[in-house]
Design a protein around this ligand. Structure first.
Ligand code: AMP
Ligand code: MG
Length: 404
């Protein structure tokens, strides 16, 4: 048996990004940039105006009010070639228009009489005011988004602004999902006596998608060697294989043996975590294979704690673990020392502190508590349980929780 922390480091040490691809910027949000992006030109490319107003020479405007002759007009989108601000003169200019030669300040129209032949400036003028200088944002040759950065709308804006329609990103891994068990029927069929619907395949596919992977549903391996051989072989063609059930010590638990027969090298079996104890992890060549327990709550928890970080790492994410924060318990949590315990929680924020209470019955067969959970407490192995008022480490559960 390995500890929770050991299991995680074995997994994260065994996986690496699956490769890169170039995709259109429109598809790139949420992906991770795979090469440094270097500015091909200065941003902005020329000095320009930050306001609608008048381009002036600050030295002509030492008195207030001050009167200048208007000698030109520069809207955005035109070239400023051949236009110059002569002593005692101003050029009417719009936001974003290139600054004409000679000027060193922009006077907003609101601080003038809005004149067209002549203009009166009503406020003092400072050199450089409302002026956007060439390259003040990014200079040509500078890396403006690093390899490994998550692409969000601001990164998209800059990449687009530099004309980069195709961007190099880490590929999304294909993730084979295989359920095992004679009791399973597929969604759409009615379960007979002793049968249950293969719900794990669906929730694993959902979790894989949420983590950025591409699910490949392999179906059900029946509790016999031939069926396991056939389905596991198929699953091993993906970048990652996840199996559910058949990994405990039962008579029909064949997953680990058949994986070994197919050449997978088991790196651990059984983790000091509750729920999720029977989890196994193997490598088939470079392909990580996660064998998760079949109990739906255990399957989801072990995906969350072990598979999700691996899938993120394979897509180039730098931060793959959800941040832990402290929550004050509104009720005690029973626990025996020995294993890390995962507790499903509801959270509330009060006076700047998070307060947690149990999301319901914590038995592993109770699915409903998983539905109600907003967060998960990770109680350390050595803990003897916690009482009301204790602080525990928690992380959010789910990608779309906004609880501020
Ligand atoms: P096992 O690991 O095969 O002993 O399965 C543990 C528990 O999880 C049993 O109650 C199974 O019926 C249940 N289970 C196994 N596979 C699935 C599945 N694909 N969907 C839903 N429940 C499952
Ligand atoms: Mg089974």
């Amino acid at each position: 048996m390995v500890s929770f922390t050991e299991a995680r480091s074995i997994i994260l040490d065994s996986v690496q990004p699956v490769g890169t691809e170039r995709i259109h910027l429109l598809e790139a949000t949420g992906r991770v940039l795979a090469e440094d992006a270097t500015a091909p030109w200065d941003l902005p490319l020329w000095d320009n105006s930050a306001m609608d107003g008048y381009a002036v020479r600050a030295e002509d405007c030492l008195t207030t009010p001050c009167r200048l002759r208007v000698t030109g007009f520069l809207p955005a989108g035109v070239r400023a070639d051949g236009i110059k601000v002569e002593p005692g003169c101003a050029v009417r200019i719009m936001t974003g228009a290139p600054a004409p030669a000679g000027c060193d300040a922009i006077v907003p129209v609101e601080e003038t009489d809005d004149g067209t032949q002549d203009v009166t400036l009503l406020e003092p003028v400072k050199k450089g005011q409302h002026f956007r200088f060439r390259a003040e944002d990014v200079a040509a040759g500078v890396v403006f988004v690093r390899s490994g950065a998550l692409i969000r709308p601001p990164e998209v804006n800059m990449l687009a602004g530099f004309g980069m329609a195709l961007v190099p990103v880490f590929r999304r891994p294909t993730v084979a999902i295989l359920s095992t068990g004679d009791e399973l029927v597929e969604l759409g069929q009615s379960p007979g006596p002793g049968e249950i619907i293969n719900s794990n395949t669906l929730s694993l596919a959902a979790a894989v998608q949420e983590a950025g992977g591409i699910p490949r549903i392999i179906g059900i391996a029946r509790d016999n060697r031939e069926s396991h051989l056939e389905k596991l072989r198929e699953g091993l063609k993906a970048d990652v294989l996840i199996t559910s059930a058949g990994v405990s010590a039962g008579d029909c638990d064949l997953v680990r043996d058949i994986l070994e027969e197919l050449g997978a090298k088991q790196l651990f079996w059984k983790v000091g975590i509750k729920p999720g104890g029977p989890t196994a992890f193997a490598l088939h060549g470079l392909t990580p294979v996660f064998s998760l327990p079949g109990n739906p709550v255990s399957t989801m928890i072990t995906f969350e704690e072990f598979v999700r970080p691996a899938l993120l790492r394979m897509q180039g994410y730098q931060r793959v673990l959800r941040p832990l924060f402290k929550a004050v318990l509104r009720e005690g949590l029973k626990k025996k020392p020995g294993k890390v315990q995962i507790v499903r929680l509801r959270l509330e924020k009060e006076g700047g502190r998070w307060y947690a209470s149990s999301a319901g019955n914590q038995q592993t067969a109770i699915l409903r508590t998983m539905v109600d959970a907003q967060a998960i407490a990770v109680l350390p192995a050595e803990s003897h349980g916690s009482v009301v008022g204790d602080e525990v480490d928690v992380h959010f559960y789910g990608n779309h929780i906004e609880m501020e």
